[in-house]
Design a protein around this ligand. Structure first.
Ligand SMILES: Nc1nc2c(ncn2[C@@H]2O[C@H](COP(=O)(O)OP(=O)(O)OP(=O)(O)O)[C@@H](O)[C@H]2O)c(=O)[nH]1
Length: 315
């Protein structure tokens, strides 16, 4: 099966080897090349290939040093690496595995063995990615789950410590959802949760915008590079978009349609900001939005609480 979406980085200082490996593997994946260790590190970071075929003895830095760097970097640590080398002895082979290599092929290599091993690893990588996706998706709504949210939030908060940018973190909670379940049944409640998840997925389409089901009838939204002005627009859109779904809720005290309340924090770039503080603040603001009548958002900047106008009720 041709798998063009997978990428193999071939690293070898010998042009003839690069050419031969390309001819063997171009049916299995997209091939990119590096002719030395320095270039290998750069291309691995830039393209995040699925698999690297890595020579060990090269004129600048060795393949062992390359893998050491890649395995110690959060972005590249999960890339699979197969050594393909003339260092055909047990000690070097053992060292390659200890450094995180997933296979070790001796040169001169046998073409059919290279193809078979690479295909096996590409299949393992595909399966690992699929499992990874399943492990991070909420089965009911199809949005990300709490586990993925914890990872993303940790990374995004770490990112704003070092660059001058803002992050919006919002907790969204469906209003009077217990009454919805009690009135229409748990099955209908599940359908409504899916509709809310779908509405949020339709709004947030930038690659780094993130929506997760936090638990129960709560969702979390994380928007990088979002200042207070943009946040007010996004939050109005969210409240409005849920109303626009026109999900009937005759048991709600706030509207004949299903509505949501949102607590949201714009986090400024700061070296001391902590995920727990952000979530606590967003939760307090959600509580405030509920107390102030529901079907609205409540927004503040971290350390500088301030109430902004809410979205109009068009129920
Ligand atoms: N159908 C369905 N209901 C759920 C799910 N998870 C949590 N719930 C329900 O969500 C409801 C949440 O109720 P409460 O926490 O009392 O909140 P609420 O009724 O929305 O009231 P406010 O938040 O104050 O507006 C409970 O009835 C839960 O059973 C789920 O996966 N499916």
């Amino acid at each position: 099966m041709k798998t063009v979406e997978q990428i193999i980085l071939i690293v070898d200082d010998d042009k003839a080897n690069r050419k031969m490996l390309k001819e063997l593997l171009q049916e299995q994946a997209k091939i990119i090349f590096a002719k030395n260790g320095k270039q290998a590190k750069e291309l691995a970071k830039k393209h995040l290939p699925d698999l690297i075929l890595l020579d060990v003895v090269m004129p600048d830095i060795s393949g062992f040093e390359v893998i050491d760097t890649l395995k110690n970097n959060d972005k590249t640590m999960n890339i699979s690496v197969i050594f393909i080398t003339g260092l055909a002895n047990d000690d070097d082979e053992e060292r390659g595995f200890n450094l995180g290599g997933c296979d070790y092929i001796y040169k001169p290599f046998k073409p059919n063995i290279v193809i078979a091993r690479v295909m096996m690893h590409l299949e393992l990588i595909r399966q690992r990615k699929m499992l990874d996706e399943i492990a991070h998706i909420d089965a009911l709504t199809g949005v990300n789950n709490r586990r993925k949210m914890d990872l993303v939030l940790k990374n995004e908060v770490a990112a704003i410590k070092y660059k001058h940018s803002n992050l919006l973190v919002a907790i969204l909670d469906i209003d009077y959802f217990k009454q919805y379940n009690d009135g229409y049944g748990h099955g209908a409640g599940d359908v409504a949760l899916r509709q809310v998840g779908q509405a949020l997925r339709e709004i947030f389409v930038r690659p780094r915008d993130f929506v997760a089901r936090y638990g129960g009838e709560e969702f979390v939204i994380v928007l990088p590079d979002c200042d207070k002005a943009s946040a007010t627009i996004m939050l109005s859109n969210i409240v409005q978009a849920i109303q626009d779904k026109k999900i009937k809720h005759q048991y709600s005290s706030v509207s004949p349609q299903l509505t949501v309340s949102v607590g949201a924090v714009v986090v400024q770039s700061s070296p001391s900001v902590a995920v727990a503080d952000i979530m606590k603040k967003a939760d307090d603001l959600l509580y405030q939005a509920k107390n102030d009548g529901r079907n609205q958002y409540c927004l503040a900047e971290l350390n500088q609480p301030s109430r902004l106008p809410t979205a109009p009720d068009v129920a």
